[in-house]
Design a binder for this molecule. Structure first.
Ligand code: F7E
Length: 392
């Protein structure tokens, strides 16, 4: 499928790096010309891709994004960039295609000449990976081989960021996990992510590529997809508050996750590509909470106190003020297996990148609730609410 370009006039003729040093013969002076950096984001229409786009545009980059989705209008999460009034529109180009199509990747790399590629493209639901293991392994595991081969074919100096996942640690008994913690994946998604993770290391060591993995822990925001537990809970809390829904059914309430904000995580991803030597990093908050705690916090944020009683599949959450059952457990949301707890130690990122998350869980929930309220009032369009605005 031929890639479709929106905003074709923004396509640059070249991009090899941020700065070019030129010796000025005769004048004995050196002129420093700054060239605009060009990045390619694979999986640009997802939550993380959209925040990364905001960040890179705010840093002056020309950003090309690849999405496999077909779209009628603008993708919702990129609407604030692609609308007529956006000052960033001329520096953003959207391409349509799949990372599993090698020819498409090679053609785009030839056309666009990126200096940085961020691979965020893949099926990202752990739950769905149990139902669709092969397609998950293809997009998550094989996709990165295609990207690396395209880089090797077109320009091996392109820097690659690969979105790895805390899911690779799976059933580890090491808490918190570090870059050196042995993996123990327990889902098709996690196995595929581990394959991609190892592929990055292997190609880096074998061919000297600048290819790195950020081991990303759960990262959420108002732009999170509805099928992930944080957005599901926040949306239910807001709808229950407004009388639009009576209760929410959830799966494993005991599961503990290290939840950060996607807007913080993209900063770390970018920093990872600015080093001289390629390194993998844990990207996490270091704090972990149960799904049950998240439920309590989210309902509290809309003014509802929840009390839990019973256990296992009989567990229920009750609105303390009214006595109504507003949370139930439905085993259909259980997974055949999953990590009991994820919590990451990102001290390496702090030491080498001076990165640490700035948005805590309370702020994250508040932002998600505000955005959800906004969507309820203004129809179902996703808001681009941000805590610290980058763009738009
Ligand atoms: O589940 C439990 C569920 O689907 C979080 C992806 O970005 O982060 C994400 O994967 C926890 C799990 O995210 C429901 O069992 C309970 O323990 O929001 P989630 P995830 O599976 O942790 C990692 C780092 C990634 O790499 C992934 O791409 O919540 N849970 N009840 C539920 N989860 C869902 N979805 N729905 C429920 O009703």
């Amino acid at each position: 499928m031929a890639p479709k370009h929106i905003g074709d006039d923004a396509r640059p003729s070249s991009c090899v790096g941020a700065r070019v040093e030129r010796g000025d013969e005769g004048a004995a002076a050196t002129t420093t010309a700054t060239m605009t950096k060009v990045a390619l984001i694979l999986g640009v229409t997802g939550q993380t891709g959209s925040y990364l786009t905001d960040l890179l545009l705010s840093k002056g980059y020309i950003v090309h994004g690849l999405t496999h989705s077909t779209w009628q209008n603008y993708p919702e999460r990129l609407q604030h960039i692609m609308c007529e009034s956006s000052p960033f529109r001329s520096r953003f180009v959207l391409h349509q295609g799949d990372i599993l199509e090698f020819e498409t990747l090679v053609r785009i790399l030839h056309d666009v000449k990126p200096c940085e590629i961020y691979n965020l493209a893949a099926q990202s639901s752990v739950h769905l990976s149990f139902q669709q293991p092969l397609s998950t392994v293809k997009s998550v595991g094989l996709g990165v081989f295609n990207v690396i081969e395209a880089i090797r074919t077109v320009n091996p100096t392109i820097k690659l960021f690969q979105a790895s996942s805390s899911e690779i640690f799976g059933k580890t008994t090491v808490f918190p996990q570090r870059e050196t913690t042995p993996p123990y994946p327990c889902s098709p998604y996690a196995n595929a992510k581990l394959m991609a993770h190892q592929a990055v290391i292997m190609h880096r060591e074998a061919y000297g590529l600048y290819a790195v993995s950020g081991i990303l822990y759960n990262h959420e925001s108002s732009r999170r997809g509805a099928n992930f537990v944080t957005q599901k809970i926040v949306t239910a809390a807001v709808r229950i508050k407004h009388g639009l829904q009576q209760q929410v059914e959830l799966g494993n309430l005991n599961s503990r996750r290290d939840w950060g904000h996607a807007q913080d995580f993209v900063v770390c991803m970018w920093k990872m590509l600015q080093l001289d030597e390629p390194e993998d990093f844990i990207v996490a908050t270091g704090k972990t909470h149960t799904v049950r705690q998240f439920v309590k916090f989210a309902f509290k944020a809309v003014g509802i106190d929840v009390k839990f009683q019973n256990s296992g599949t009989e567990e229920i959450g009750i609105n303390k003020a009214t006595g109504e059952v507003i949370v139930k457990v439905d085993p259909k949301y259980f997974r055949p297996d999953e990590p009991i707890q994820t919590v990451g130690d990102s001290s390496k990122a702090f030491e080498l990148l001076q990165w640490q998350p700035e948005i805590d869980l309370a702020q994250l929930i508040e932002e998600m609730v505000t955005a959800c309220e906004w969507r309820l009032i203004h129809g179902d369009k996703r808001t681009s609410t941000r805590i610290r605005g980058f763009a738009g």
